[in-house]
Write a protein that binds this ligand. Structure first.
Ligand code: FNR
Length: 338
């Protein structure tokens, strides 16, 4: 897989599950990222072929739901798995478990959360170029698929460039640059000038992807405008804009959010997605949609999958699969590693 000239749906914890990723691919995303998976947790998983859904599942023994579920055909050559790590060997072990099922491995070097920082992961790595080099070189030298990383800006352009120059020596295929520092939040302005300075370095053989533009991206055309302002970069990664309305990837324009939500629910039915994930994703969509506050509250109030489907006028779709069928699926998943 080549990351150049791609529009990417980036990693989002609790959002980037299989049904959401498939939805964004349907609408036109070229590449999709998994949510960040912590390396040592992934290494506890067993790889299981799931014939019920045509997926490959990575499951912690004793747990019925997969930590990672990959569609064998629909995600082929499109899925990048993102890892949280502070150690090259541990990251390699996790990456090797999924290597033959994914198109690439990305390392999260941007997460500002306490959990990541305490573990020396995410944006803690930005202060340790030696560690960055060790992790990325270990992966590049031992994997057969492209390796990339996702960073945030450092407080100055010069400091950011000096980190990027180190990364460029490791042989990674791509760097995604989120145009904010570790202390900045998503409503702070994206530092497009920092990303532009990185592009102007003309580092050989490395794809630069701009990220952080969602608050100024509300149409397909805005994606290209952001890409041009940032360099132009070789690609763009969208996160919140995709979470608010996954049809942002459609060249033909945005679809009404209720239509998008229904398609999400249809795909969710196919893979027996559970209520908490469906509600989480739908709340993010409807929490920002115009004139949908009452409907948002109705979503919040649903207590069963049947109620949620009924709310969207999809009772028939839900009932087409019998409760027995669902029970059978869930029983089978529960028992597969016992
Ligand atoms: C994120 N972000 C994030 N980043 C990352 O590298 N790994 C992750 O798992 C997550 N999870 C996550 C969850 C949610 C709900 C949000 C909103 C964000 C950060 C994200 O990938 C991205 O860098 C920022 O949201 C900025 O890009 P946008 O949203 O302006 O396109």
């Amino acid at each position: 897989m080549d990351y150049a000239n791609r529009i990417i749906c980036g990693p989002m914890v609790r959002i980037s599950s299989l049904p959401f990723r498939l939805l964004t691919l349907e609408y036109g995303a070229d590449v999709v990222f998994s949510e960040e998976l912590i390396d040592y947790r992934l290494t506890q998983c067993v790889r299981v072929e799931n014939d019920l859904f045509d997926t490959i599942d990575f499951v912690v023994p004793g747990e019925d739901r997969a930590m990672l579920q990959i569609h064998k055909t629909r995600e082929k050559n499109h899925l990048v798995v993102q890892l949280g790590t502070s150690d090259g060997q541990r990251a390699l072990k996790a990456a090797q478990l999924v290597e033959k099922d994914v198109a690439g491995i990305d390392i999260n070097m941007g997460c500002p959360k306490k959990f990541s920082l305490q573990g020396g992961m995410g944006s803690a790595l930005l202060d340790h170029p030696d560690k960055v080099k060790q992790i990325l070189e270990t992966l590049v030298n031992n994997l057969s698929i492209p390796v990339s990383c996702k960073i945030r800006c450092l407080p100055t352009i010069e400091a950011t460039l000096s980190l990027v120059r180190v990364i460029a020596t490791t042989g990674v295929h791509a760097i995604t640059v989120h145009g904010r520092t570790r202390d900045e939040r998503n409503n702070d302005q994206c530092r497009e000038g920092f990303i532009q300075a990185i592009v102007q370095e003309h580092l050989p053989n490395i794809v630069i992807i701009s990220n952080g533009g969602s608050t100024v991206i509300s149409s397909y055309e805005d994606i290209e405008k952001f890409r041009l302002r940032c360099g132009p970069t070789h690609g763009v990664m969208l996160c919140q804009a995709a979470m608010w309305n996954p049809s942002i990837f459609r060249r033909q324009g945005l679809l009404p959010i209720r239509d998008v939500a229904k398609r999400f629910l249809e795909i969710s039915l196919e893979f027996d997605n559970l209520l908490p994930n469906m509600k989480y994703v739908l709340q993010r969509m409807f929490g920002v949609a115009d004139n949908e506050i009452e409907f948002y509250e109705k979503i919040l109030a649903t207590e069963t999958e049947a109620e949620l489907y009924d709310l969207f006028g999809m009772k028939n779709d839900y009932e087409q699969q019998s409760d027995e069928q669902r029970q059978m699926w869930r029983e089978k998943l529960r028992n597969r590693l016992m």
